[in-house]
Every structure is written in C-alpha cells, then in structure tokens.
Design a protein around this ligand. Structure first.
Ligand code: GLY
Length: 363
C-alpha cells in the first residue's frame, strides 16, 4: 500500500509516499526520483537500532553505494558540532555533487541532515524518511532545514526541498507513546487551520487515533495532513504569508517551551496548550464561537494532551513571547481562527487581553 501526495513546486516538485511496511521501497523510490551515486544515510541511535539495516539494504539492493552515520538521539544533536562532523563524514565517504543524503529519523535528524545537504558543496539532494508522527505530518515536508544556536532554536537554516519523502507508518509502532501523542497535536492543528470537515472526522474517530496499529486510519490522517501542508507550501514556499498559518498555536507554544527550558514539554504538548490559548484569543478578537473554542480544547483533552500550564506565571510567558524570532518590535503575532477551518495571520493581541487569556487558560 503506497499513498502518494505530490508537492507542486515547479522544478523542485517531489512526492510524499505514505504506506505501512514500505521502508524496503526506499532504494527503488530514490532511483525512480532520479537520484544516483553515493549516499550517506543519517540516523540516530534509537531509530537506527530498528531501521538502519533495512534502509541500508534497500539502498544497496537498488544499486546505491550507501554508508551510514548514527548520531545521538535528542535536540542537542541539532547543533554546529554535529553539523561539522557530518560535513567531515560526507568528505570521508567520498560524497560529491552528484551524491545525496538520506535523513532517517524525526525532526532533529531531518533538520540537521537537511541543512548539511543544503550547504555541503553548496547543496546536494536529500531524502526525508520521517519516523515520528510529528516529522511525517510537518517537519519532513516543505523544505525547512536548520540547526539551533545556544541563543535559540532554528536560528540558522535554509529552505532546501527534499527529492522525496517516504513515511513508513510501521515505524510509529516503535515510537514512545508520549512522542506519538504529541504528534497528534499537529494533526489537530491542520483541521483548525484549513479543513473543518477533517477536524470533524478527527472528532469522530478520536478514540482510535492513539492506536498506532490502525494503519488504514493513520494513512488517511497522515495523508490528509500532508495534502494540506503540500497545498500551503505550494502557494507560499518561503513563508512570505500563507505558510505562517502552520504556526497556529505556536506563538504561545514556543514561548512556553522557551520559558520551561526545552525539557518539560515536548513540542507538540506546548503547541497543544498554545492552540487552546489561540482559541481563547480567537474568541475575543476573531469571532470564533465558544462552541468551536471548546471543540478544540475537548479534542486535545480527549487525546490526553495538556491544555493548561498553571505553574508558569504571565511575566515569564510574556518575556519569552518577546524573544520569539517571529516577534516584531516586541509585539507577538498570532494566527487566529474565525471558525474551525479558517484562520488569519499576523494578528496582534492587546497587552491586557494577552495576559487575561493566560489567566483564563489556567483557571
Ligand atoms: N513547521 C512549519 C512550516 O513548515 O512552515
């Protein structure tokens, strides 16, 4: 079973292939996409323990001269030291301008390996093989690559579209349940920002969503998220406008991650709280009905995602909101919804309202 979603970007167009048990197709799909020569597969210790061998075998079977580098798992790997080590590995492995990189893992590996590909020899092709729900529905699609600096996340990076994306849904079965649930938060986001009917479908099957073994449902859900992301990216590849809708829930979410020191909350968990915050702000400023606002909170709660953060006081949050890289002149910009399925970008929220909502959220 392979479900394909095209990302239409002119000469940078590519396909997202989604299926269950499809990792052994990796080599054949790379060949079909016109990739040739040597390749370096980049993975982490957790993912590599399960999937390094099948990925390597698939590449070799398709005639590629493939080698593998395994990095430590976790956000700390997305830094300049590991990036420079990767360049060294590229050189030692004999990669040239016709070679390519395969990112086998979650968002950290995808962003790091993607940025290595974007910058090594001024850019070589790369392939995304996302193995977390978050990376399948978000970070592997759309070409954002980069690393963190000590001063903040994703402060160095570039847009570099992959040559293809292959999402094997079976890899979700070895993902920690908490990580999987956090990925569901981004799934809910797609319904709110783009597709009210999809949101309703998610409500109807909410009890089944935590089951990583339900691959038929997962294929539909991941497929719809990828279609939405592909549609948005095709209209606005470099986030000149529309693409910013993907940041619904991320303004308060990023601030919370920052205030909490990137340890307490997984990204998707912080986004869950951020979406409830954005829902309340949307009710105040954009005419979102109280029923729609409640539906957002209810579905997140039904998925056992956090919807409040009472241990953080407003001053901490407000400080973190000011340093967000999307904040201009100290005033954060919010994506707000007028109904489920329709949002607008670039909204400012008056100071008092911003604070009041934080208190309502945590009541
Ligand atoms: N993760 C948001 C984006 O790709 O634009």
């Amino acid at each position: 079973m392979l479900y394909d979603v095209p990302v239409q970007l002119g000469e940078r167009s590519y396909d997202i292939h989604i299926g269950a048990g499809v990792l052994d197709r990796l080599g054949a799909l790379c060949a079909e996409a016109g990739l040739k020569g040597k390749c370096l597969i980049v993975t982490d210790e957790n993912v590599g323990a399960h999937y390094a061998r099948p990925a390597l075998e698939s590449m070799e079977k398709a005639g590629f001269d493939a080698c593998m580098v395994t990095l430590p798992a976790g956000e700390k790997t997305k830094d300049k030291q590991f990036l420079f080590d990767l360049y060294t590995r590229c050189l030692e492995s004999g990669l040239d301008r016709r070679s390519f990189i395969v990112a086998l893992g979650g968002g950290v590996i995808g962003d790091l390996a993607g940025y290595a590909a974007a910058s090594f020899l001024r850019g070589i092709p790369f392939v995304q093989v996302p193995t977390t729900l978050l990376s399948m529905v978000d970070s592997s699609v759309g070409g954002k690559t980069g690393i963190n600096l000590p001063q903040g996340k994703n402060l160095v990076g570039s847009f570099h579209q992959p040559a293809l994306v292959l999402a094997d849904l079976h890899t979700l079965q070895t993902l920690e349940p908490r990580q999987y649930r956090a990925g569901l938060s981004e799934v809910i986001k797609y319904g709110v920002i783009y597709d009210g009917a999809f949101f309703q479908t998610l409500e109807e099957c909410v009890g089944k969503l935590p089951d990583t073994g339900n691959v038929e449902l997962l294929a539909k859900v991941v497929g719809r998220c990828c279609e939405i992301k592909a549609d948005v990216v095709a209209q606005d590849e470099r986030e000149g406008g529309l693409r910013a809708i993907l940041n619904f829930g991320h303004t308060a979410g990023h601030a919370l991650e920052n205030a909490a020191g990137y340890g307490e909350f997984l990204h998707g968990e912080a986004v869950s709280i951020g979406m409830v915050y954005a829902g309340l702000a949307s009710m105040e400023l954009c005419g979102l009905s109280s029923n729609d606002c409640k539906r957002i909170k209810d579905i997140l709660q039904a998925l056992e995602l956090p919807v409040r953060a009472p241990s953080y006081d407003w001053k901490e949050l407000r400080g973190a909101l000011s340093v967000d890289k999307k904040t201009v002149g100290g005033m954060p910009k919010f994506v707000l919804a007028s109904e489920i399925g329709t949002v607008s970008i670039g909204n400012e929220v008056p100071e008092e309202t911003m604070e009041g909502i934080w208190h309502v959220l945590n009541e």
